[in-house]
Design a protein around this ligand. Structure first.
Ligand code: ATP
Length: 492
């Protein structure tokens, strides 16, 4: 039988054990913002490391990048975010709470969450939305909403100290545009040849209308994105490749197969430039169980690079003669397509083209939440409840904890030596306080795969007890073989 995990259990464990705290808690907290505590930061770093290892390190055809969060305003103009990155919202006439139209549930329906792309700011699209049976999630009133209106999602800030020359800038709502903006730089400075990808992990910001479910949807979050550039005509094959690769990444890191699925986007859900899009969804324990997006994988065609070529030409023209910035003609675009700065020249084929892009875009915080939910377990052991996180070793915050059984007979010194040696290779924890059973339980809750105990027998034969988290099985390993034993089991 599938285990039932409640989000409340996860939230409470995260707080109790220092995985995740509410931001600014000492001042009453800041809604939808969270801080990762000592165990949480290890977990999150491990998720990022696992992604980077799989997507960059283990491949010959992907390189990394780390771009700044603030970018030239033309980036957002060209990408379409400045004009289109908005959610359609409606305000409840009774309680004045605003909700995303695609998140409104029908009266009597179990779930909301239709799936729509972000809308163009200048198109209200009210006609397409019949809200007469929709339920306000805040006060429960049915069908009393204002006309839907677009709500801008990008955060703004000011750059520059002087009033006259300060400029309004946007915090990036995705990391991908930094990759497109550096496409030429990467081509010119490395040996990459198409097909190849550029990967980036970093913070993104969206002024989400509704935030929800702990770290699932927040206004500041981290994304791991890959833009994989390929020859037009090979894009569908690469799309399939990345679908499979990304799905397997979650499975290999321990997510149960029954909690993971693909959801293909309907054609009317697709962004106008996208040729295909699929979400990797996880069965999160919100309400009565909810399939929700973990990652989107899209075939973005040559849209982004073309848009940036257009943006570059627009800006150059503006500098040259200050003319109407929108006057880039079809002829200009045709020329750019053949020889533009973001086109690619294939040496062997002696042919120039704008590459197509396959984009797997994952949320690090959402993935961390899915790993927490999937690893969480409770079991009865000798009349007591044991809470544990069955993390895959690669993402476990602590790989091994080292204990002396008691604080005497030289056991702490031996345990310390073992700890000092092991911590050079992976994250370890030393603990000598309290009953050893308690110490095991604390590590179970932190998801530590192995506990090593120095006891009376260690003094006689130089062996220690190695206890495995999931089975609680204990084996004796000689101290000089301990490092090899653990590295093999941890696969690191
Ligand atoms: P949603 O429909 O849930 O708002 P989206 O389709 O707009 O998400 P994308 O733009 O495809 O999301 O972003 C890629 C990934 O980034 C998502 O799959 C998700 O894991 C993560 N992500 C997006 N928005 C947020 C957020 N507000 N909080 C946490 N993670 C997010």
């Amino acid at each position: 039988m599938a285990k039932i995990t409640k989000l409340d259990d996860i939230v409470s464990l995260c707080k109790r054990r220092g995985f995740i705290f509410q931001s600014s808690e000492i001042y009453g907290g800041l809604a939808s913002c969270y801080d990762y505590g000592p165990l949480g930061v290890e977990l999150k770093n491990n998720v990022k490391r696992a992604w980077w290892k799989n997507v960059v390190q283990m491949r010959d055809d992907v390189v990394g990048l780390d771009c700044s969060i603030l970018m030239h305003p033309m980036v957002w103009k060209a990408s379409g975010h400045a004009d289109k990155f908005a959610d359609l919202i409606a305000e409840c006439k009774k309680c004045n709470v605003r909700t995303r139209v695609d998140h409104l549930a029908e009266k009597d329906a179990e779930h909301a969450e239709e799936h729509t792309e972000h809308v163009a700011i200048d198109s209200v699209q009210a006609a397409a939305h019949d809200l007469s049976r929709k339920l306000c999630p805040s006060c429960g009133t049915v069908g009393r909403f204002t006309e839907p209106m677009p709500f801008k999602l990008m955060f703004e800030t000011q750059m520059g100290a002087n009033v006259d020359d300060s400029m309004t800038m946007q915090l990036r709502p995705e990391t991908a545009q930094g990759i497109f903006a550096n496409f030429r730089n990467v081509l010119d400075t490395t040996r990459v040849k198409i097909p190849f990808g550029i990967a980036q992990i970093g913070k993104s910001f969206r002024n989400e209308v509704t935030t929800k479910a702990f770290i699932f949807r927040t206004r500041e979050f981290e994304q791991a994105e890959l833009e994989f550039f390929c020859e037009p005509g090979t894009d569908e094959q690469w799309f399939e490749h990345w679908k499979e690769a990304r799905f397997n990444w979650y499975l290999d890191l321990g997510i149960s197969k029954e909690n993971l699925r693909f959801r293909e986007h309907d054609p009317d859900e697709l962004a106008h430039y996208a040729k295909g899009c699929v979400d990797v969804e996880y069965l999160f324990p919100f309400g009565s169980g909810d399939w929700q997006e973990l990652e989107g994988i899209a075939n973005r065609t040559d849209y982004d690079l073309r848009q940036h070529q257009r943006g570059m030409r627009t800006l150059n023209r503006w500098f040259e003669n200050g003319r109407d910035v929108n006057r880039v003609t079809l002829a200009d675009e045709a020329e750019d397509y053949q020889s533009g700065p973001l086109s690619y020249f294939n040496d062997e084929q002696k042919r120039r083209y704008i590459p197509y892009v396959i984009e797997p875009s994952a949320g690090i915080d959402r993935s961390a939440l899915a790993f927490l939910v999937d690893a969480y377990d409770e079991e009865e052991v000798r009349g007591e409840t044991r809470n544990l996180l069955r993390f895959n070793p690669a993402i476990a915050p602590i790989k091994a904890a080292v204990f002396p059984l008691v604080k005497k007979d030289g056991m702490p010194e031996i345990a310390r030596n073992i700890y000092d040696d092991l911590k050079k290779y992976f994250n370890c924890f030393y603990d000598e306080k309290g009953a050893v059973g308690r110490r095991y339980r604390r590590q179970d809750e932190a998801g530590t795969p192995f506990c090593i105990t120095v006891d009376g027998q260690t003094l006689e034969d130089k062996t220690v007890t190695v206890r495995q988290r999931d089975s609680m099985e204990q084996v004796r390993v000689s101290t000089d073989q301990l490092k090899g034993h653990l590295r093999e089991k941890l696969d690191m």
